[in-house]
Design a protein around this ligand. Structure first.
Ligand SMILES: [Zn+2]
Length: 624
């Protein structure tokens, strides 16, 4: 998905709604999938994952589809995008043609002649900015930056080759330079290189200040964005350009323009995390490498790399895998594994290897030189093996308990693999590794599969409300997460009053990141009436997990007999979670102090205060 619904929506053009209204999802899907009516919905065999029993469902009232097997889902546009493997504008065009509708605007919602001009200007301003930053790197003000880069081992040829620059420590450095060179404030804002502000004389200020600048290029070598690194102790060590008409983050991989020829020659690409890793690799003569810039590779990035090779090798830091593996690392790996079907479909061999602990790629490369990297890369294993190994390495299997826990975790992971054959193959491998019988693990596998089907969503519903029609497959869903999902579900389904109550919650009240993101967008979107259809916020969700969750919540039909009462209950429960957490923190603090001390007294007062808040909360629930 490149040009998203958002581009059209923000342009105020209603082509999208026109096409949506003229199309019927059941009719369109029927051209690809044999559908059977079942109740008020239609079901069929999912075109996106292999299956024998139909779990692919289309709802004609909602004009949405959802697969209960692989969790694919969305509206008519996402269906076409997925099945035809085209972007949003392509899907729009295809559906428009189908119903004989002539689009009034191009894929950016702008008349095409104008769009071309705007894009040209955006390329130009990025080129100008790059030259400006580069020039600054060699000025007196940037001596400390040059020293720093040298101390990290980067040679001046490498720095020149990658066109590193420096954004001066002022609010109007680039702004003034660009305006004096004939650009206007509007163009600066459009490029994302400046931020709007009524407090400055110009009406905007530089996004990047006092940062080492890394230009980001497109496939052809044009600068389309920047990443900026600060040397100061700030929470955001790196900031990046926002998305613009010429820069789509999830379609871009850093360094591809310089790496593509070598990737074809070597028939493999090495994927690392950051800019400096790429610099270091190139400095040591390894050129077939790109950086994903911090996240798991997106589907679009994988497709892009797939144009040059089928072999993608990711180098993970030691904290992602191996002895020092962290929960975050494992999550990242699982995210990679979540695209397994796509790898099959595109014949992509995803493999992975981790660095020895204590190293990031740049450091490893600088110290060990090219041969070691090649050796390391040659040791890469298929992604699934690598992930399993990472899970296993974190476990102690010397005790019975440890062994059982390990068995459960690995089987849980294996149960998500897309085919039965793969599942069986890996069960056998694991059985050998942890010295357990295959039969035992297979019986675990069928248990896990069954459990996933049976999992009910929340404790709250279990007690009070009929079971959800759709069941959640998160295996370890915390009570708080359940409530958060419940809150979103009510916001989606009910009308004003219950919504109003739940919108009194703050985004930080939500602890489960996908829930937080969805809540934030819903709150902003519905209150500002920015979205005419709730579904459209899916475009603005950044992670796959959020999108999947949102789609699932949208598709569910939960029955609430009294949404008003439930929303009050949920409001209080969520607030209470936070207060209880504070209480336990304070109690922990208190335990560290002498009960006669002043600190203890103060803590105790705080405690009473919070308990009072909880009491008020409960009263409020009654008298709301
Ligand atoms: Zn499916």
């Amino acid at each position: 998905m490149s040009q998203s619904y958002r581009d059209f929506r923000d342009s105020g053009i209603d082509d999208v709604e026109e096409v949506r209204n003229k199309s019927d999802i059941v009719e369109v899907v029927s051209q690809y999938v044999k559908l059977k009516k079942s109740g008020k919905r239609y079901t069929g065999l999912c075109p996106f994952h292999p299956e024998k029993k139909p779990s692919f469902t289309v709802d004609s009232t909602k004009q949405l589809f959802h697969c209960f097997g692989c969790e694919a889902g969305g509206d008519i546009f996402s269906f076409i995008m997925k099945i035809e493997n085209i972007d949003f504008s392509g899907a729009l065009q295809l559906l428009a043609d189908r119903v004989g509708y002539t689009l009034r605007r191009d894929k950016y919602g702008i008349p095409s002649s104008e769009r071309k001009k705007i894009k040209e200007r955006l390329y130009e301003i990025h080129k100008l900015a790059k030259n400006f930053y580069v020039k600054n790197l060699y000025s007196e003000n940037a001596a400390h930056i040059r020293r720093y880069l040298n101390s990290r081992g980067f040679k001046s040829t490498t720095i020149k080759q990658f066109e590193l620059g420096y954004a001066p420590n002022r609010w109007d450095g680039l702004t003034n330079y660009a305006i004096n060179s004939g650009f206007n404030v509007h163009e600066l804002l459009q490029s994302g290189l400046a931020v709007e502000s009524s407090k400055t004389k110009r009406g905007c200020y530089d996004l990047f200040r006092d940062r080492i600048m890394f230009p980001i290029w497109d496939l052809t070598g044009k600068v389309i964005a920047f990443g900026g690194r600060t040397l100061k102790e700030e929470t955001a060590k790196y900031i990046n350009s926002p998305e613009t008409m010429i820069y789509k983050k999830k379609k871009t991989v850093y360094g591809i323009n310089k790496a593509k020829e070598q990737i074809v020659k070597d028939d493999r690409v090495i994927v690392v995390e950051g800019y400096t890793d790429i610099l270091a690799l190139n400095q040591e003569g390894i050129k077939n490498c790109v950086a994903s810039l911090g996240t798991a590779l997106t589907i679009e990035q994988i497709r892009l790399l797939n144009r040059f090779t089928n072999n993608i090798i990711t180098i993970f830091d030691a904290d992602t895998a191996g002895e020092a593996a962290t929960e975050r690392g494992i999550e990242l790996l699982k995210e990679y594994n979540g695209n397994m079907e796509l790898y099959h479909q595109y014949n992509v061999n995803m493999s992975a290897v981790s660095l020895p602990s204590g190293y990031d790629p740049a450091k490893f490369i600088m110290e060990k030189k090219d041969k070691s990297i090649i050796d390391l890369v040659n040791k890469a294993e298929p992604l699934v093996d690598f992930t399993l190994k990472s899970i296993l390495e974190r476990r102690d299997t010397s005790t019975i308990n440890g062994k059982l826990k390990t068995a459960y975790d690995t089987v849980n992971f294996i149960s998500d693999l897309p085919s039965r054959i793969l599942q069986e193959e890996y069960i056998k491998k694991v059985a050998q590794k942890i010295d357990m019988s295959e039969e035992r693990l297979f019986s675990y596998l069928s248990d896990v599969n069954k459990k996933k089907r049976e999992q009910t969503l929340t404790s709250i519903r279990r007690k009070t409300y009929p079971k959800a029609e759709v069941e959640f497959d998160e295996t370890k869903i915390s009570p708080q997460t359940s409530i958060e999902l419940e809150a979103i579900s009510i916001i989606i389904q009910s009308e004003e009053k219950p919504r109003e109550i739940l919108f009194e919650l703050e985004k930080d009240d939500f602890k489960y990141p996908p829930a937080r993101e969805i809540f934030t967008l819903l709150k902003g979107g519905i209150i500002e009436e920015k979205y005419n259809k709730i579904y459209n916020i899916i475009d603005d969700l950044t992670s796959t997990a959020s999108k999947k969750l949102f789609n699932k919540l949208l598709f569910e039909e939960r029955k609430y007999e009294n949404p008003l009462i439930i929303s009050r209950e949920i409001y209080c429960r969520i607030k209470e979670f936070e207060l209880r957490r504070q209480i336990s923190d304070i109690k922990g603090e208190m335990a560290k102090h002498d009960s006669k001390s002043k600190t203890y007294d103060e803590l105790f007062k705080k405690l009473l205060n919070i308990e009072e808040k909880i009491r008020k909360l409960k009263e409020r629930k009654i008298y709301y």
